[in-house]
Write a protein that binds this ligand. Structure first.
Ligand code: NI
Length: 135
């Protein structure tokens, strides 16, 4: 069955601080630099969610778009937007790096039954992270 890939982009703004309890203060400062500053900082994130599936001949769609939008809103945007990621229980034992955020978004949308191909997170103009599950 031929598949189509559809990518939809969403944006949210969040604060975070990169700090690992598994590292010394010196290691945290060396590794994370200014991102380890005590009071955190913010990013305007963009997340590109790619789904895949066969085209439904009745609708012409490969994915239920309203269902996708609702899942992203409920699981990601309503929780992350204008929030401090470090204060969320999801990140209680997880450093909120781009890697961690991308994977967490994948896990949340998978749990909602979204037929994911990949989750790509843009953190800054120059930094992108992509998670494709366990392949
Ligand atoms: Ni940052």
């Amino acid at each position: 069955m031929p598949s189509v890939f559809l990518t939809r982009r969403y944006t949210f703004s969040s604060a975070h601080r990169l700090h690992s309890d598994a590292l010394s203060a010196e290691e945290n400062a060396r590794l994370y630099g200014k991102c380890n500053n005590a009071h955190g900082h913010g990013h305007n994130y963009a997340v590109e969610v790619t789904v895949t599936g066969a085209v439904d001949p009745r609708t012409g769609f490969c994915c239920d778009l309203p269902a996708l939008d609702a899942a992203v809103k409920r699981s990601v945007l309503d929780r992350f937007d204008h929030n401090d990621l470090n204060a969320l229980p999801e990140f209680a034992r997880l450093v909120p790096t781009g890697e961690s955020i991308a994977r967490l978004i994948w896990d949340k949308l998978k749990a909602e039954g979204i037929p994911l191909d990949s989750v790509r997170l843009q953190e800054t103009r120059d930094n992108f992270f992509e998670y494709r599950g366990e392949r």
